[in-house]
Design a protein around this ligand. Structure first.
Ligand code: FMN
Length: 201
């Protein structure tokens, strides 16, 4: 099994394609992915893509494993109240967690340590253990509350990586725009990426 493990939490902000592409890239990079998805994110996936994800963790795990041709056990899916899962504790959680996309609701819950579902708890664990936490918020415009929550989390060491693709690579398609953001996330994780040329190359 893959040595590197990452928690990928998908919440109900617009931009489901970022999450799905990131999952694909992590699988290709032979990373084990501990996958969490909120109910709102399930609705966003239906709205924004052609996919209808199975709602139950076990069926979703099988679906994603087949879709991304992952190795058995490479993608693990946990339900929102699976407090016995590895991500719920500092002793079992991976060294990095990405919330992509990150809704302003989940952003707020993480900033205040709410821990009311497994995504919020896993992020709380990442913060308390001083592990890598990458948040990919999307909203427009941002309210003062959103900005203050981002500042709070940034000061705690989280990386705020907004879903705001640049255009200097002259994107030709939506996929190019998605890859811009996903490349940034992979770079933060220290995973080699070929989606986007590095600046100056
Ligand atoms: C199609 C759709 C798009 C949404 N887009 C956003 C968004 O871009 N940013 C955001 O913060 N919330 C957005 N929302 C609202 C969140 O899904 C909602 O606040 C939800 O409670 C978030 O729950 P979660 O954090 O548990 O996923 C959207 C909802 C839907 C259905």
């Amino acid at each position: 099994m893959a040595e590197r493990r990452v928690t990928l939490a998908v919440t109900g902000a617009s931009g489901a394609q970022y999450a799905l592409r990131l999952l694909e890239c992590l699988v290709q990079a032979e990373v084990q992915v501990l996958f969490l998805i909120s109910q709102a994110a399930q609705l966003v996936v239906v709205t924004e893509t052609e996919l209808q994800l199975p709602p139950k963790p076990q069926a979703l795990e099988q679906f994603l494993t087949e879709r991304y041709q992952a190795k058995p056990g490479q993608i693990r899916v946990y339900g929102k109240q699976d407090w016995m899962s590895p991500v719920a504790s500092g002793s079992g959680a991976p060294s990095a967690m990405v919330v992509c996309p990150c809704s302003t609701g989940t952003l707020s819950a993480i900033a205040t340590g709410a821990s009311n579902n497994l995504i919020e708890r896993a992020a709380d664990v990442a913060l308390k253990e001083r592990r890598q936490l990458i948040l990919v918020p999307r909203e427009s415009p941002y309210s003062t509350i959103h900005l203050e929550n981002m500042l709070t989390l940034s000061r705690m060491g989280a990386v705020i990586l907004p879903a705001s693709p640049g255009f200097y690579h002259q994107p030709q398609s939506i996929d190019d725009l998605v890859d811009f953001v996903v490349a940034r996330i992979l770079s933060q994780l220290g995973i080699e990426q070929t989606l986007l040329k590095r600046w100056g190359e």
